[in-house]
Design a protein around this ligand. Sequence first.
Ligand SMILES: NC(=O)c1ccc[n+]([C@@H]2O[C@H](COP(=O)([O-])OP(=O)(O)OC[C@H]3O[C@@H](n4cnc5c(N)ncnc54)[C@H](OP(=O)(O)O)[C@@H]3O)[C@@H](O)[C@H]2O)c1
Length: 305
Amino acid sequence: MATAYGGPDVLRIVDVDPGEPGPEQVLVEVRAAGINPADWKAYSGASGTDASRLPMRLGYEAAGTVLTAGPGVDGVAPGDDVLFQRSGAYAERLVVKAENVVRKPAALSWARAGGLLVVGSTAMHTVVATRVGSGDTVLVHGAAGGVGSMAVQLARVRGARVIGTASVANHEYLLDIGATPVAYGPGLADRVRALAPRGVDAAIDTVGTNEALDVSIALVKDRHRIATVAAFGRAPALRIQLLGHGPHADPGDDIRAAARPTLVDLVATGRIDVRIAGTYPLEQVARAHRVGLAGHVHGKLVLVR
Ligand SMILES: NC(=O)c1ccc[n+]([C@@H]2O[C@H](COP(=O)([O-])OP(=O)(O)OC[C@H]3O[C@@H](n4cnc5c(N)ncnc54)[C@H](OP(=O)(O)O)[C@@H]3O)[C@@H](O)[C@H]2O)c1
């Protein structure tokens, strides 16, 4: 939990009774919990320092084994391995709505299961919202990041060609997941034009920089085919799609919920992958956050037990 607003030093492990599962709920023993930028943004103070929100539980996704099921639970039973999205997911045990869990196939490792759903469902929202389809050329900003690498792979599954921005250290990885890499920084629009002489049909921004937005607007004719998950400040005035939770944003709850079983199937059958940058025991959560805060992590960071 975050016990104050600030940097990772404010994080503490606190004993909390998870409670018993009520009707249509299950109690899950957590094996892996994904780390996302939203976790440190919540306690950084960037979105306010409301003291009534402290101490603040962290995390939005996890994977684990069902221990007990409440009355009326259908389709999942004690002993089943599952993954789910829920706030406060950095925990050893959690009560979760049974309708929100997806079964974890044996082929999916705990770390990849714990880190799949937030980036995967967000990326699915971006490709659905921008109507990415066969024959499209799509520009993905931050293509080596958690959301970006998922957007690349899902766009490829839909038959699109993808050009992805990343630092040079990540270019080989982009080639591995099927994107044409391009370095971000001054001259980006011209470099993309050279790679896509017939134009760019859609753009997906996972970075939120002015450069990512301005280049997208310069290259994509239809603003409804530009989506950002990070530029909460500028997106409304630019009339591009803003996806996620916040003022003027489309949360896309139905699209994201429907994406979960599809994502699990795509990863379990090897058609897309979740790259793991590092796994950490819960006790080392502050260390893991420091790595993520540096901003150039190569894959998902996951807390494991
Ligand atoms: N709205 C939503 O629903 C939603 C959901 C999930 C996440 N998000 C947001 O989406 C953003 C990305 O999340 P994530 O989990 O994908 O983060 P991440 O895994 O840390 O990836 C961020 C990527 O950004 C790249 N990057 C850094 N500076 C860049 C620049 N100037 N230009 C282009 N790329 C740059 C880095 O790649 P290099 O190392 O190659 O530079 C890094 O791989 C965060 O702001 C997060 O809060 C929003």
